[in-house]
Design a protein around this ligand. Structure first.
Ligand SMILES: C[S@@+](CC[C@H](N)C(=O)[O-])C[C@H]1O[C@@H](n2cnc3c(N)ncnc32)[C@H](O)[C@@H]1O
Length: 262
């Protein structure tokens, strides 16, 4: 893959082992409702989930909006869209669509809520995508972004400097690795009248974040900004630290809710 377009190519063409890892990582958990609080989801709403992946999150949202509402999910990966559609085959009000580019296949003002969870960091142009989000949100509706900021993460026992070096070496996997801090400003630029930022942080001592670190290690090896053996050794060090009680992973999520003026 071309290093310049890796950030999008690695989603369009996804390996089987990553699909199964993501199916485990993205499985719906009721606790995720807390990440959606700012969106104020409710029964009967029409919701769009951009970057829907395998569809678990969209199906979780469908449980909130109920049969009177609807959920559409869009993604650039054909396998995710097909798998998500199969998961929703008995849900006529949940539909998934393949995206070719930033353009959303919906009329203006089609949605009460537009959700973007861990996807804005990968889009080719944040401004173009958010202009489309603004267009399809109805006046008085909301956009809600949930995303990371890869300059705002900690991993023990790596220490601050090695953690920074590791994530800098992985950063080209993202078009915008620091989207967390930029999201509110970008929503205002797109035309939303307000954008509130909250941060949700969880201290993982059990090793749940090892899946994320494994993916990151793969990215580090792709770009060659850190020797592969060093990245592998860091991952192994993190794994070994879990049973010894020396592991700590914290990747705060930025929860950014914007309103479109009525
Ligand atoms: C980290 S996953 C998040 C999946 C899902 N939102 C979740 O949190 O469970 C990122 C998703 O964004 C999709 N994606 C990447 N670039 C995209 C783009 N330009 N437009 C829409 N989806 C994109 C990927 O295919 C992948 O499904």
């Amino acid at each position: 893959m071309d290093a310049e377009t890796f950030y999008t190519d690695h989603w369009r063409h996804i390996e089987d082992d990553r699909v199964s890892r993501y199916e485990q990582m993205f499985v719906w958990r009721e606790a995720q409702l807390a990440l959606l609080e700012g969106a104020e989801l409710g029964a009967g709403q029409r919701v769009l989930d951009i970057g829907c992946g395998p569809g678990f999150f969209a199906l979780g949202i469908a449980g909130v909006v109920g049969d009177a509402g609807s959920v559409d999910g869009v993604d650039i990966n054909a396998r995710f869209v097909a798998d998500a559609s199969a998961r929703a085959k008995d849900r006529p009000n949940v539909n998934f669509h393949l995206l070719e580019d930033h353009r959303l296949p919906f009329a203006d003002a089609s949605f009460d809520r537009v959700i973007l969870k861990n996807v804005l960091e990968y889009v080719p142009d944040v401004g173009q995508t958010l202009a489309e989000v603004f267009r399809v949100t109805r006046p008085g509706g909301r956009a809600h972004i949930i995303d990371s900021d890869w300059g705002f993460v900690l991993v023990e026992p790596w220490g601050a400097e090695r953690t920074r070096d590791f994530f800098l070496a992985a950063a080209p996997a993202f078009r915008e690795p620091y989207i967390g801090r930029r999201a509110a400003g970008a929503l205002r630029t797109a035309g939303f009248s307000t954008a509130r930022v909250k941060i949700s942080a969880f201290a993982d001592q059990q090793g749940n974040g090892l899946g994320v670190l494994t993916n990151m290690c793969g990215y580090v090896k792709t770009f060659g900004h850190m020797p592969a053996a060093e990245a592998e050794a860091m991952l192994e060090e993190a794994r070994a630290a879990v049973p010894e009680g020396r592991f700590l992973f914290c990747l705060p999520q930025f929860l950014v809710t914007a309103e479109k003026g009525a």
